[in-house]
Design a protein around this ligand. Structure first.
Ligand SMILES: [Zn+2]
Length: 323
């Protein structure tokens, strides 16, 4: 399904089966010579067919398209190598491109999850049900690395790359100042809250995310074009909602810890999640993984604020209220 947005600008709705996100919005800017496609969908036949159908309807030949990937998640990048021609440019951030490097393995993530109380027997299952594991590009794409402030010009649009670390460390939005449009990827969504997770102690993902929200909030924007679900006009109000949400979540983490010393996995189990399951034990394994990653992001943020402290002298890291 295609949706017209503005002159030379359309969205192709790419279904994401079994995902609570429902669809990915791939944006297509038609140019005279080259077209630009922003994000692609999973590397799955159902996504591939939807993209081909949408592009055909728009009269866009993918062989004459270049690609911009907002971030490394498989629902945004998965199809890019199937769609791109050998001379297509694939614009991407250096930081997120590193997950596609050959020597990059899942092992540090597994070790880190275990250190945070994720049961060893659940880990392999969690990994194999992870969409990043199943629906990534078949081969490593050849990227054209872009950074903050770089400009891309297609179909009368002047798109400015804006680094917005948080949802992933290399996440980038595209901003069109004349038309006051923001292609927000998964940085700002309207109908759902972007997932913020952390799987390394070197990264304070939530602190990064909150400052990226403040950064984008300063831009004059009339329409936000997110990676999933509805387009929306009032960016500032949505950003304020998201900031409030994370403050409340951080407070909830403090409540769950109370007077105890707990690991991240158990803290995640004690938090409330918007999911149709009677108890933590019933959560699908992938959801436990996402929940634990999100709990860790909030724990690191609280630690950065000096409100909790971490104890690392045992096999599993625990947290307690500071003071
Ligand atoms: Zn994402």
């Amino acid at each position: 399904m295609i949706k017209p947005i503005d002159e030379n600008l359309h969205a192709v709705s790419v279904p994401l089966p079994n995902s609570p996100l429902k669809d990915l919005n791939a944006y297509v800017i038609k140019g005279e010579d080259r077209h630009l496609i922003i994000d692609t969908g999973f590397n799955r036949t159902v996504c591939y067919e939807a993209m081909l159908e949408g592009l055909a309807e728009l009269g866009v030949d993918p062989a004459r398209a270049d690609f911009f990937l907002t971030h490394m998640h498989a629902d945004h990048t998965g199809l890019v190598t199937r769609l791109a021609a050998p001379d297509s440019k694939i614009y991407f951030s250096r930081i997120d491109s590193q997950v596609f490097d050959e020597d990059n393995s899942w092992q540090p993530l597994i070790d880190y999850a275990r250190l945070n109380g994720f049961p060893a027997d659940e880990l392999q299952r969690a990994l194999h049900s992870h969409p990043g594991f199943k629906y990534s590009p078949e081969k490593r794409p050849v990227f054209s690395i872009v950074g903050d402030g770089d400009i891309l010009e297609y179909g009368g649009y002047r798109l400015q790359c804006i680094a917005t670390p948080g949802h992933t460390q290399g996440h980038m939005c595209l901003y069109e100042p004349d038309r006051r449009l923001l292609f927000s990827g998964d940085h700002i969504l309207y109908d759902i809250t972007p997932h913020i997770e952390s799987w390394a102690y070197s990264v304070n993902a939530l602190a990064d995310y909150l400052s990226s929200l403040d950064r984008v909030r300063k831009l004059p924007v009339d329409l936000v074009l997110p990676g999933h679900r509805n387009f929306f006009p009032d960016m500032k109000a949505r950003i304020d909602d998201l900031k409030r949400h994370h403050r409340e979540r951080a407070d909830e983490v403090l409540d769950v810890i109370g007077k105890r010393m707990m690991n991240a996995y158990d803290i995640a189990a004690g938090m409330t999640w918007d999911i149709d399951c009677a108890s933590w034990q019933d959560f699908p394994i992938a959801q436990k993984w996402f929940a634990t990653g999100e709990a860790i992001a909030h724990l690191q943020y609280l630690e950065g604020e000096g409100r909790i402290v971490r104890k690392t002298d045992q096999a599993v890291i625990t947290f307690q209220i500071a003071g």
